[in-house]
Design a protein around this ligand. Structure first.
Ligand code: NAD
Length: 358
């Protein structure tokens, strides 16, 4: 089969880590008899430098001609908050999510067996293993609600951010979570604040209705404050966790910390139609850009998610994940994960080792 992939290499370490993921995809192609063809798409600070805007006309259309999108990272101090919106890389990120209709953000938090010591939790907690998939609603809720700022006669300036969710928005993200759970350990934890928020009460009622449609999947409601505590107390209890936009933003960062380095964690953003977008959770790391120091594993594992979820190539995805674990088990580390006394390898060498392990 031939699969078309749009590459948004972006800024900082983006081109370096995407380069290694492409090498791994090509190695998968040789091993399993597939062809991957790539289209470079300009977006981010590099686009501002080249054509004056971070999200050039036709960006989404070029992506839509492909089966999936792989993004490195965009942003950097050169294109900071003092620049007009159309020059800022963050504007491009929001625009592409909207234009591709990406309402579901999947963030797996997996403690790789060889890196148990990097887990900041107690050894007996880490020993139980961590393998949770956080499904975050990405295009609704308080981040997209109406904002207000007005003067009051006696309390100074007052502001308000509106949080709204419709049944449609909740149901489509809920279905994603239940379908994913069926491919995993068949448990969904729905996170809300139904003891306070009306949006959460609607969220909970829709989830309960869906739960009845998936009797083979275990279901629980978890209040967000309790959830934040459980992630550090016993993250091994969770399989698929589903939640609204702002709760998901906060909990996904918390969950990623318990697994060690941010250089290891992939993500996927999906809508109802292809292409989905795959990217590491880290940013463009301007402090180490161009120095062959970045860990390419998060981007390589993002490519593995692409194989699994966009191309339905589960064996190929398993092979990539096994190759990463084998290289880590053999003791190879980039600087961000190297234990004291271990000489780290660079971005390119880590990519080569993973290709060889494949
Ligand atoms: P960052 O993730 O880029 O870096 C945080 C720290 O982690 C840095 O010390 C960095 O060196 C390190 N790090 C990150 N990725 C690494 C990797 N693969 N290997 C080794 N070390 C790694 O976060 P930041 O510094 O807050 O942001 C830098 C820029 O990236 C900003 O402009 C920000 O807006 C942007 N950003 C982009 C995205 C995205 O493109 N989706 C996401 C987050 C941040």
């Amino acid at each position: 089969m031939n699969y078309k992939i749009a590459l948004i290499k972006g800024d900082g370490i983006g081109p370096e880590v995407v380069g290694e993921a492409v090498n791994v995809l090509d190695a998968v192609g040789r091993k399993f008899g597939h062809t991957f063809t790539y289209t470079d798409v300009l977006m981010g600070g590099c686009a501002t430098d080249a054509v004056g805007v971070s999200y050039p006309d036709g960006t989404a259309e070029k992506c839509k001609e492909c089966d999936a999108v792989l993004l490195g990272a965009v942003g950097g101090p050169k294109w900071g908050a003092d620049k007009p919106a159309e020059q800022r890389p963050e504007t491009a990120l929001l625009a592409i999510r909207k234009d591709l209709g990406l309402y579901a953000n999947l963030r797996p938090a997996v403690l790789r067996p060889a890196l148990k010591d990097a887990c900041p939790l107690r050894a007996e907690t880490a020993d139980k293993g961590i393998d949770l998939m956080l499904v975050r609603e990405l295009t609704g809720g308080i981040y997209f609600g109406q904002r207000e700022r007005y003067d009051t006669p006696d309390r100074g300036v007052e502001c308000a951010d509106r949080m709204a969710y419709s049944e449609l928005e909740i149901e489509r993200i809920g279905r994603r979570a239940f379908e994913l759970a069926r491919l995993r350990r068949k448990k969904v934890s729905s996170v809300d604040k139904a003891n306070v928020l009306e949006t959460s009460r609607l969220w909970r009622s829709v989830m309960h209705r869906l739960s009845a449609e998936y009797p083979d999947v275990a279901y629980e409601d978890v209040l967000v404050d309790n959830c934040a505590m459980q992630i550090v107390r016993d993250p091994g209890q969770f399989d698929v966790m589903v939640t609204e936009n702002m709760f998901g933003d906060i909990l996904s960062d918390e969950a990623s910390m318990v697994t060690g380095s941010i250089g290891l964690l992939p993500s996927a953003s999906m809508g109802d139609h292809a292409p989905a977008l795959y990217e590491p959770i880290h940013g463009s790391a301007p402090d180490i850009a161009g120095q062959d120091k970045a860990n390419p594993i998060a981007t390589i594992l993002s490519a593995a998610m692409m194989l699994r979820y966009s191309f339905h190539l589960a064996d190929e995805a398993d092979a990539v994940e096994r190759a990463v674990d084998a290289v880590l088990a053999a003791g190879w580390r980039t600087a961000d994960t190297a234990e004291p006394g271990v000489t780290p390898v660079g971005t390119r060498k880590m990519g080569e080792l993973i290709c060889a392990a494949l």
